[in-house]
Design a protein around this ligand. Structure first.
Ligand SMILES: [Zn+2]
Length: 314
């Protein structure tokens, strides 16, 4: 402040041109500081945004080329608008995939997923964000190897705002039946692998919320009887913690809703593995203690946390 006033003070003694010069120099300093301040406030998404703008610009050029070749301009405008909307949906999008153990004891968890989907949609809208998030939801249910073609069931990502989409998803979930099998562990690896390879992730914020009351196959994860003591022979053969690592490499945050202590040892192995890859923040255990009332708040908290971590939202 003092240095800013200094030129005015001097103006009693100095010729006017010199005073103007000094004031100009002070103002330049202030402008520089202002610019630094603005630069510090630019969010980490600047790179993503500029990549998207560049992609849109390419798209516009392509459409211009097509326009010159005689295609109707209104068609092109519509195509451009829909492309732009698609980019925005992915830029401000949230892909939420539920992975659920669908074996015998999971009835109430399948039911709560179906019941709370509307409230999840409303809850996500209320998360403070710079841009209204576009929420898409997917579902992967798994059982075990002796359940044949009912081992994996899934519903790929859908836009919750599309008319009728939520009720279609709810009637699908009404048909997902809990079915028991012969040992305590379940084919978690199969379910996780399906979330990795069998559904179409596209948004900037991606998360899996996984609920299960039994561990994966493999004696190192639990002390129970296991038909696949060395781990199960799922198509890819990867250990579950490796599948989490691959999902995280795709930009997915992994939340495991722990229903009881049978999965504690397994969760410890998953967490240690992710810490050893320096991605410890990407795997989080939610303590559900078999209380379905925790479902909605824990899901909303997880979405909110992932939105913050992806840097898309304030
Ligand atoms: Zn398996």
């Amino acid at each position: 402040m003092l240095s800013f006033l200094f030129p005015f003070f001097l103006s009693y003694f100095l010729p006017p041109f010199l005073v103007r010069k000094l004031i100009a120099a002070e103002q330049a300093k202030i402008t520089q500081l202002e610019q630094k301040k603005v630069a510090a406030m630019v969010p980490t998404t600047a790179a993503t945004n500029s990549a998207t703008v560049a992609a849109l610009e390419l798209q516009r050029k392509e459409l211009e080329k097509q326009a010159k070749s005689g295609t109707s301009v209104s068609n092109l405008t519509a195509a451009y608008q829909s492309k732009k909307a698609e980019y925005e949906r992915s830029l401000y999008g949230v892909d939420l995939c539920f992975i659920l153990d669908c074996s015998g004891s999971m009835t109430s968890w399948i039911e709560v997923t179906k019941e709370k989907i509307v409230e999840i949609t409303e809850g996500v809208k209320r998360i403070p964000a710079k841009n209204q998030p576009y929420l898409r939801v997917a579902f992967v249910g798994y059982r075990d190897h002796d359940n044949g073609n009912q081992r994996i069931e899934f519903y790929d990502f859908f836009d919750v705002n599309e008319p009728g989409a939520i009720s279609r998803f709810q009637s699908y979930l009404s048909g997902v039946r809990p079915i028991g099998n012969s040992d305590t562990p379940e084919d978690l690896a199969g379910g996780m692998n399906h979330a990795l390879t069998g559904i179409k992730w596209s948004a900037s914020t991606k998360l899996v919320v996984h609920f299960g009351d039994s561990p994966c196959h493999g004696k190192k994860y639990h002390p129970y009887g296991d038909n696949h003591p060395k781990g199960c022979s799922c198509p890819d053969g990867d250990a579950p913690e490796k599948i989490i690592e691959k999902l995280v490499a795709k930009g997915v945050d992994y939340y495991f809703g722990e229903i009881n202590s049978t999965t504690s040892k397994m969760c410890g192995i998953f967490a240690n593995h992710m810490t050893s890859c320096n991605r410890g923040d990407k795997f989080k255990v939610l303590a559900m203690s078999d209380n379905v009332d925790k479902f909605l708040p824990e899901v909303i908290k997880s979405v909110s946390r992932s939105m913050q971590m992806s840097g898309q939202f304030t």
